[in-house]
Write a protein that binds this ligand. Structure first.
Ligand code: MG
Length: 381
């Protein structure tokens, strides 16, 4: 406890030093002794392939690693950390992220608080590259939060006691492995099941043979017949399923709207909803949306999507890719205002260079550290 207290004290102290430094930079010409350093934001990045504890299988792919890029944004001796997780099916790679991040000139920005301008510039440099953009956005939030000495959930005015339970994902696998994964998920109050294969009912029955915890279901666009999908949702409701995520292809908008209208369970759009304008399009097609930082370019747009979806009366879940504790802790800052969290991506990897938000009794538990609330364990930068 003492060491934790000392750490926090040290962190606060370094923040104070940071603020002093910041004021020095912007003291202007009033005091000639304090000249602006003139230095802008400095971005560095480092590829860091994530090693998965289990081979991960969803409806249309299977893999053992996830390509990942770690970022570090420096301003006046303060460091903010970010990350781009790039599952291959989303079309980004270490190469594309390197190219994108190399093309950025962040040294032109002398004030990290001008987040709107900085992130609009980052978004304008090239289309797509959403994870690469998120890696800058997260690092900038971490940096600015550290300069202010506050975590983002506080800056946004959220109560950390409101964080939801987070689900633990069980991928498609043999009954034996599924039972083992359910045992690993003992600390969680809600399980997420990946469906969209011929073995869907078998998967659910296998899980039900070992636990009666609430389930949520992610079909990853795996069902193509709306009538069969509706029958399946009725069956899933009887099995204690709470909601159904992306049951049909993202292009099947009319079928999906019909399914949502008739479904006894809430439907959530994931692949259908990437960025802010997609929230409006999802209204009437889904009951809710799954926000992920890697899809929507980061925390700033995620916060806007959350606000918009809530104002439209929609449910919101906050999800993730396979990620380190960096992006997971960043996403967790938004979680107090969401209905469900699915932030287990860091628990699926064996080489996490950070620590941050923890799951305690199945609930996301935010840490009172400034920025995105992480400790840099390996000092890779
Ligand atoms: Mg999903």
């Amino acid at each position: 406890m003492n060491s934790r207290r000392n750490f926090i004290r040290t962190a606060s102290l370094s923040t104070l030093v940071g603020v002093t430094g910041f004021e020095t930079v912007f003291a202007g010409t009033k005091d000639k002794k304090k000249k602006p350093s003139g230095k802008g934001l400095k971005l560095r990045f480092l590829p860091h392939d994530l090693l998965l504890k289990h081979t991960f299988t969803i409806a249309n792919s299977s893999r053992k690693t996830t390509p990942d890029m770690l970022t570090c944004l420096e301003f006046d001796g303060i460091f903010g950390y970010g990350e781009a997780s790039m599952p291959p099916y989303l079309g980004e790679s270490v190469d594309s992220a390197s190219k994108f991040l190399s093309a950025l000139d962040l040294s032109q920005f002398k004030d990290p608080f001008q987040m709107d301008d900085i992130l609009a510039y980052v978004d304008s440099v090239a289309p797509g590259n959403c994870a690469a953009k998120a890696s800058v956005d997260i690092a900038l939030h971490d940096l600015v939060g550290k300069i202010m000495g506050q975590p983002w959930y506080k800056i946004w005015g959220f109560d950390p006691a409101d964080t939801p339970n987070t689900s633990f994902t069980i991928g498609i696998d043999t009954p034996e492995v599924v039972r083992q994964k359910v045992a690993e998920a003992a600390p969680y109050n809600i399980l997420k099941v990946k469906l969209g294969m011929a073995t869907d009912k078998e998967m659910v029955e296998t899980i039900r043979s070992v636990t009666d915890k609430p389930l949520c279901v992610d079909v990853n666009q795996g069902w193509t017949d709306r009538n069969k999908a509706l029958d399946m949702i009725h069956w899933l409701k009887e099995k204690g399923v709470v909601f159904v995520e992306q049951p049909m292809p993202k292009t099947a908008i009319d079928d999906m709207a019909w399914l949502t209208e008739n479904s006894p369970l809430p439907t959530i759009g994931d692949e259908s909803v990437q960025r802010l304008p997609d929230v409006i399009k999802a209204k009437g097609v889904y009951n809710g949306i799954n926000i992920k930082l890697m899809k929507c370019t980061g925390m700033r747009e995620a916060h806007q999507m959350l606000t918009l979806a809530k104002s439209l009366g929609m449910k919101v879940m906050i999800g993730c890719m396979t990620e380190t504790s960096c992006a997971i802790s960043a996403a967790a800052q938004l979680s107090p205002k969401t209905d469900w969290a699915d932030l287990d991506g860091n628990l699926l990897i064996s080489n996490d260079p950070y620590s941050g938000v923890q799951v305690v009794n199945g609930k996301m538990t935010l840490i009172d550290l400034p920025g995105i609330g992480i400790n840099n364990l390996q000092k890779l930068f």
